[in-house]
Write a protein that binds this ligand. Structure first.
Ligand SMILES: CC(C)(COP(=O)(O)OP(=O)(O)OC[C@H]1O[C@@H](n2cnc3c(N)ncnc32)[C@H](O)[C@@H]1OP(=O)(O)O)[C@@H](O)C(=O)NCCC(=O)NCCS
Length: 150
């Protein structure tokens, strides 16, 4: 399986926008992503797509603040999950962080999102805190960090 990770372009977004929720998930709207891509320096955010034979099979976004990289999202196409695509994307983000003088990568994840928690633990992210009832006033958010370039 050959996966390629590339910066997300507007053309990429147009390709996935119509069926974003059905194919990927309902966490992010195409209009939010479009705004991010059109104003990349506003939030120092960077978006990447994973492609297999030109098909977009996953994407992720990060925000860079001084020496910290926050993972904004990471998602694999529903029919391609559990085949290593998010691992590939996350490794790419870690490499990007290492090349960008980042010291710490942070993220938050729903306590019940076991696939995502497994993914982050695989890359040695560690739990550093909890935001109680963060999601819909119900589920806790687990805060996780990965220290790099230490
Ligand atoms: C979380 C998500 C990105 C993982 O993507 P993926 O491409 O399936 O992940 P990978 O195939 O790289 O798997 C990564 C690790 O998690 C494990 N994993 C993946 N899916 C799993 C599941 N349903 N249950 C348990 N473990 C799982 C894999 O076994 C793998 O570990 P291993 O290599 O030691 O076996 C994907 O499930 C997704 O898009 N979910 C919806 C969006 C989301 O919740 N994003 C995270 C927001 S914080």
């Amino acid at each position: 399986m050959k996966i390629e990770v590339l910066p997300m372009t507007i053309i990429d977004l147009e390709e996935i926008a119509e069926n974003l929720t059905e194919d990927f998930d309902d966490f992010w709207s195409a209009s939010v992503l479009k705004n991010e891509l059109e104003n990349p320096h506003h939030l120092s955010s960077y978006y990447f797509v994973a492609k297999m034979n030109l098909e977009i099979v996953g994407f992720c976004g990060v925000s860079k603040i001084v020496d910290t990289l926050e993972v904004l999202n990471i998602v694999t196409k529903k029919d391609r999950r559990n085949s290593g695509i998010a691992s590939f994307l996350l490794q790419h983000m870690i490499d990007f962080a290492k090349a960008s003088q980042i010291n710490i990568i942070t993220l938050e994840v729903n306590e019940h999102n076991l696939p995502a928690i497994h993914l982050y633990e695989k890359y040695h992210f560690q739990q550093v805190g909890i935001r109680k009832k963060y999601y819909h006033g119900k589920d806790d958010a687990i805060l996780m960090n990965l220290t790099i370039n230490a």
